[in-house]
Structure formats: structure tokens, C-alpha cells
Design a protein around this ligand. Structure first.
Ligand code: ZN
Length: 188
């Protein structure tokens, strides 16, 4: 982990772009970009800004989330034991490590994992998709395929698992998790 605090220490006056992802416009369904910025605001603290402008229909989306824990190591744990938990809305920063203790899975932050707004369901399916082609190359393919199967079952709500997002940048956050069992632990 080579995350350093100064990476977003210069966001006081100019928001720093953390990531850009391709999404569908909620109005016309055209392909558009969702950009995510970190912005330091006096008194309020660090804000995470979400910006989308559709090049097709002109739809504009702006949202911001205060990040109380920016710069502090946070560990977000969500129990995926019901549909509401699987569809909780999360921001996973590019610095976050994702793990599922029950399946002995850990995905470390890296250039291949830009930050994203996602749900546990989408995260589990993406993990399964990433892991599947690798299974024939590992020592124990059978175990690997079993993990892929369990990931898909977990995404379908058939196997309860725990999602752990461990983020030394503190930027990862839960955007919406109504009726979910979760905890956010901040290391001081
Ligand atoms: Zn549009």
C-alpha cells in the first residue's frame, strides 16, 4: 500500500479527481461518464463529489457525501444476509482492499481497481467474473470453481457472507444502507 495522505492534501481549492467510470444515463440510457472527486471544504471537511453530465440528452447529476473519515484507516463490514444488504450503495475507493472472510477471498487495491460506486451484489459478481478465468491456472482448480460458485450464490442471496472493505485512505463509504447490518470502524 503506497497510499499517502498528501495525495489528497491539495484538494482544498481544486477538487481532485479520484476516478471516472462508464455508466448509463438514467434518463436516456446513453453511455456517459460518472466522475468522482474529493474536495476539502473548510469547516465541513472532505467531500466526495459525484458528477455526471450526459452528452446525449444533457442530463446533469450532482451529489456530494461528507467524508468524516478521510485520511483515517476505515474498515467497513456489511453482513450480506438479506436482499436490502445486497443492494446497499457503496463507494469503494481505489485504495480499498475487499475481502470476504467466509470464502477466504481478499482483493487488494491496485491500478486495475479504480474507485467505483457499487453494490455488494455487483461486487460479488465482479469478483466471480474476475476469478473464473484464473481457476484453471491455480493449484487447486476445484476449490477455485467452488469459490466462484459460492460468490454467485452469495450475490443471489443464497449464501450469507460478510463483505469487508478495508481502506487506509478512509475514502470508501456507505452511501445508502437502509435496514442493513453494518459497522464502520475508524482507526485513530
Ligand atoms: Zn442522457
Amino acid at each position: 500500500m503506497n497510499f499517502e495522505l498528501r495525495e489528497f492534501a491539495d484538494t482544498r481549492y481544486v477538487p481532485k479527481k479520484l476516478s471516472e467510470q462508464t455508466v448509463s444515463c438514467p434518463v436516456c440510457n446513453a453511455e456517459t461518464k460518472l466522475s468522482i472527486y474529493a474536495h476539502d471544504v473548510p469547516v465541513v471537511g472532505t467531500l466526495l463529489l459525484f458528477v455526471l453530465t450526459c452528452p446525449n440528452c444533457g442530463y446533469r447529476y450532482r451529489d456530494s457525501v461528507p467524508l468524516a473519515h478521510a485520511g483515517k484507516h476505515v474498515r467497513i463490514t456489511i453482513k450480506l444476509n438479506k436482499p436490502q444488504a445486497l443492494s446497499a450503495l457503496l463507494y469503494r475507493s481505489p485504495y480499498a482492499n475487499v475481502s470476504i472472510p467466509e470464502l477466504d477471498i481478499e482483493i487488494n487495491a491496485g491500478p486495475a481497481n479504480p474507485g467505483e460506486i457499487t453494490t455488494p451484489e455487483a461486487l460479488l459478481l465482479k469478483l466471480a467474473e474476475t476469478l473464473f478465468p484464473l481457476c484453471t491456472t491455480v493449484d487447486n482448480p476445484e476449490k477455485c470453481f467452488d469459490v466462484v460458485k459460492k460468490l454467485v450464490q452469495a450475490a443471489n442471496g443464497e449464501v450469507p457472507v460478510t463483505l469487508v472493505i478495508d481502506d487506509p485512505s478512509g475514502l470508501s463509504t456507505i452511501l445508502k444502507a437502509t435496514e442493513c447490518e453494518y459497522s464502520v470502524v475508524v482507526e485513530s
